[in-house]
Design a protein around this ligand. Structure first.
Ligand code: PXL
Length: 286
């Protein structure tokens, strides 16, 4: 059985992280191997301080068990919020010993110019070591700056500022496709994608809806790994993920921007309806 490893936190409320990834990947007909890197009673944003639980050997021993399963073929992995530097090094060890065709690392650690609560100052440098092993990464502007060791500023998201940061991360040894998310261009919100060996990025975006949408990045990265797993090119996979995320954003936007319920993450009913419709499904050929 071909399967995609999902290595990120399990946040028990709403559709954050691995919960969103499971919805999306199963809706796309993809088998998952889910490795919760940390259990949280909720996301760290919008619910006060969550209760956290980690089992230090869980990632390693679960993976070791999977390696004894002869009919399991883990050929891709989605890595998101890990929560602790020790989990980053454990995942880096797994990535070094397993040659995943696709390794998408979403270096979830901050937004709007600041690190999320609960992360120490050494977290971004550790994350940089992991993203070097990836085939595709999906940082937002804050995370891109943190990866290159800069103090994040929220304001300057010009093409020049982003290209400079991309150059710097490439010099640091990163060969992956870089999809910089949460970028506004041409009155749209979307992402700038830097393919390996190409200097000119491409932008794909959607009409924006007002307010903040929690968990958009988690759902987007799951869509992207899903489309890549279905055999689409990077360019088509980014474009299709951008189109698909808008379905969830539009449904979630029925909650007004100041509605507290937005912190529960994306509403995925319509997105799942879209993904599970036969004409939108891409059957993998191998
Ligand atoms: O949506 C990103 C995310 C994932 N996991 C946890 C989070 C957040 C964002 O706040 O707190 C636990």
């Amino acid at each position: 059985m071909k399967a995609t490893a999902v290595i990120e936190d399990f946040s028990a409320l709403g559709t954050i992280s691995s919960v969103a990834a499971m919805d999306v990947l199963h809706g796309m007909g993809i088998t998952t191997a889910v490795l919760p890197a940390m259990f949280l009673s909720s996301s760290t944003e919008g619910f006060g301080t969550p209760v956290k639980m980690t089992a230090s050997s869980w990632l390693r021993t679960t993976f070791a068990h999977w390696q004894t399963v002869s009919h399991l073929d883990l050929d891709s992995a989605l890595v998101g919020y890990l929560g602790k530097t020790s989990a980053i090094s454990e995942v880096a060890a797994l990535a070094t010993h397993n040659h995943w065709q696709t390794l998408l690392v979403d270096p979830v650690m901050g937004d709007n110019g600041r690190l999320y609560d609960g992360f120490g100052p050494d977290y971004p440098a550790q994350m940089m070591e992991l993203v070097k092993l990836a085939t595709v990464i999906t940082p937002n502007w804050t995370e891109l700056q943190l990866l290159i060791g800069e103090k994040p500023i929220q304001s300057d998201k010009s093409d020049q500022a982003i290209a400079k940061a991309v150059n710097k991360i490439r010099q640091g040894g990163l060969g992956a496709t870089i999809v910089v998310t949460g970028i506004h261009r041409r009155e749209q919100i979307g992402s700038l994608t830097f393919l390996p060996h190409k200097t000119i990025p491409f932008f794909t975006g959607n009409q924006p809806f007002p307010g903040h949408f929690y968990g958009t990045g988690d759902t987007f990265s799951a869509l992207l790994v899903g489309y890549l797993q279905q055999g689409l090119s990077m360019t088509s996979a980014v474009s299709k993920s951008t189109a698909a995320i808008q379905i969830a954003v539009a449904e979630t936007a029925k909650l007004s921007p100041d509605d507290q319920d937005r912190v529960y993450g994306m509403k995925t009913r319509r997105l799942l309806n879209y993904l599970t419709t036969d004409e939108n499904h891409h059957e993998r050929l191998d």
